[in-house]
Design a protein around this ligand. Structure first.
Ligand code: ITT
Length: 199
């Protein structure tokens, strides 16, 4: 039995394989890259959950297989929740992690630590070809550093220091990050749902 991973983000794919490997699902995970002819999904939703469902449904419909998708981002309190669902294209170029991070740091300027609170959010969606859908969410709260630190992970990891940590997400090992991350929490919560609905 196969399960489609409806994402083309390499950082997410690496983390999802690790998170789901521990779940003991008897399913072969097939990346969306195995279906290059399926066009990119327009993320027209206004929430992480809506966009995750759009991506999961698109791949489930196109492949006839169950699909899971991740929509995620960084929500900064002092910016009213931005970049939020626009995290991947904050600088204008989709997927340019370095430019996105630099722009965000510039926007925060020298705002002091107590006002640099933020959280990563992840919506994990499952869609079946018959239209059945489920979505669960996870969060990781922390503080944004003034300068990036660490080389692990992706996206905004070098600037988010999780609450209770002295290191940024990019200084944690992949296993340490997955144990506490928004993505780890969301997909661990989705696993029993996948087991029930897909097998
Ligand atoms: P897919 O739609 O193909 O899954 P995407 O990169 O377009 O890939 P999103 O729209 O969900 O996915 O954008 C997620 C962005 O949020 C991502 O590019 C990062 O900038 C940020 N982000 C999400 N999770 C993160 C994490 O664990 N660590 C750091 N940044 C993260």
């Amino acid at each position: 039995k196969r399960l489609i991973l409806a994402t083309r983000n390499a950082g997410k794919i690496t983390e999802l394989h690790a998170i789901l490997a521990d779940a003991g699902l008897d399913l072969a995970l097939v990346g969306a890259d195995a279906y290059p002819d399926i066009p990119d999904v327009k993320e027209t939703g206004v929430t992480f959950a809506e966009n995750a469902l759009l991506k999961a449904h698109a791949l489930a419909q196109a492949t006839g297989l169950p699909a899971i998708a991740d929509d995620s981002g960084l929500c900064v309190e002092v910016l009213g929740g931005a970049p939020g669902i626009f995290s991947a294209r904050w600088s204008g170029t989709h997927g340019d992690d370095q430019a996105n991070l630099n722009l965000l740091l510039a926007q925060l300027g020298d705002i002091a630590a107590p006002h640099r609170t933020a959280h990563f959010a992840c919506a994990a969606a499952l869609a079946l070809p018959d239209g059945t859908e489920r979505v669960v969410e996870g969060r990781l709260t922390g503080t944004l550093r003034h300068t990036p630190s660490g080389t692990n992970g992706f996206g905004y990891d070098p600037i988010l220091q999780p609450d209770g940590e002295t290191r940024t997400c990019a200084e944690l090992t992949p296993a340490e990050k997955n144990a506490i991350s928004h993505r780890g929490k969301a997909f661990r919560a989705l696993v029993p749902v996948v087991r029930e609905l897909v097998g």
